[in-house]
Design a binder for this molecule. Structure first.
Ligand SMILES: NC(=O)c1ccc[n+]([C@@H]2O[C@H](COP(=O)([O-])OP(=O)(O)OC[C@H]3O[C@@H](n4cnc5c(N)ncnc54)[C@H](OP(=O)(O)O)[C@@H]3O)[C@@H](O)[C@H]2O)c1
Length: 308
């Protein structure tokens, strides 16, 4: 019998991390789609041996700790999900943000190479400035508008050419703090919401990304990949759709312009940063549509655990 693939996961308590660990252990995370697995092979429990590290167990900004953790774990694959993700706070905490997202990713890449493991690192649509006027493909020129985006781009550049880098966007998990939960709470408590309709992007439901990452652990493709749910949207459309699922009328969500946000966010966001997933779908299958993903997320909102 083949031995289990050893997978070291950083940031394992984050919203992608908890779903990814479930998937690797053969569990369907809350909000998960039983039928979606890009390589069309289900993930049985026992295929992977998971070494899940939270921030308390490994500070990725500490290069010595990273080297020691990787040497001790002897992984076949490292999936590096740990990141400084507070986009607005990053504007005033630049050095911390870069220590985690840039230097931390460099340490992971080095440690992976030294131990013969394959690294899969996660990046963001915020590496782009949004001025292209269409969906971004992997080879498009980057030009981050904010500190977080710049730190993630620096992390990409500090990876080795053997590593896999997955750019994703607008991530929402059942067990994460994210906009979908804020919208749902307002919808259920009879309040209304105002959301921008001039920022276009691609939603990524964490459990669907987790399934993609499990396939990538199997196949170790290397290079840059864009991954999101299928279909482009705006925050206003996301809010309106969640309101619709929860039985609210058209007056639940009001569309506003980014320029009218008060107070203005500290970090500038790209106006149009949707990711083209054509490269991904030409190798594997299409990801579920964003409405389908959000429907599952809202359906399972109250759930903390997955099912086998
Ligand atoms: N969320 C999005 O919309 C989005 C969009 C594009 C790309 N991404 C990328 O997707 C990946 C997963 O993000 P996510 O949504 O799961 O974010 P998340 O929920 O914020 O999870 C990130 C995890 O990293 C941990 N972490 C922070 N600093 C660390 C450090 N120095 N050492 C070790 N762990 C540390 C965090 O711990 P604490 O909670 O204790 O700080 C958290 O558990 C990240 O690479 C992120 O940049 C996210």
């Amino acid at each position: 019998m083949n031995r289990a693939t050893r997978v070291l996961v950083t940031g394992a308590a984050g919203q992608v991390g908890v779903d990814f660990v479930d998937v690797l252990e053969g569990v369907i995370p809350p909000g998960g789609d039983r039928s979606f697995q890009p390589d069309k092979r289900s993930v049985p429990g026992g295929e992977f041996e998971v070494l899940a590290l939270t921030r308390h167990e490994l500070d990725v900004a500490d290069p010595d700790a990273v080297r020691r953790a990787v040497q001790a774990a002897r992984p076949d694959v490292i999936v590096h999900l740990a990141a400084y993700t507070a986009v607005d706070r990053a504007e005033t905490e630049e050095s911390t943000c870069f220590a985690v997202n840039a230097a931390g990713t460099e340490s992971m890449s080095r440690a992976a190479k030294e131990s013969g493991a394959h690294l899969i690192a996660i990046s963001t649509d915020y590496v782009f400035d949004g001025n292209k006027g269409g969906a971004y493909v992997e080879d498009d020129v980057t030009n981050p508008l904010n500190v977080y985006g710049a730190s993630k781009r620096a992390g990409e550049l500090l990876c080795s050419s053997d590593d896999t880098v997955v750019r994703t966007s607008w991530v929402m998990g059942v067990r994460g703090k994210n906009v979908a939960h804020v919208i749902a709470e307002r919808a259920l408590s009879g309040q209304s919401v105002r959301f921008v309709n001039d920022q276009t992007g691609t939603v990524t439901v964490a459990s669907d990304l987790a399934r993609v990452l499990a396939t990538m652990v199997r196949e170790r493709p290397g290079g840059l990949w864009h991954v999101a749910n299928t279909g482009t949207t705006t925050w206003f459309d996301v809010a309106r759709y969640i309101g619709e699922i929860l039985g609210r009328d058209d007056d639940f969500a009001t569309a506003i312009a980014t320029a009218d946000l008060e107070p203005a966010p500290l970090a500038t966001r790209p106006i149009r940063s949707d990711l083209s997933i054509d490269r991904f779908t030409s190798r594997w299958s299409a990801t579920p549509g964003w409405r389908d993903g959000i429907t599952r997320l809202i359906r399972d909102r109250g759930s903390r655990g997955g099912v086998r």
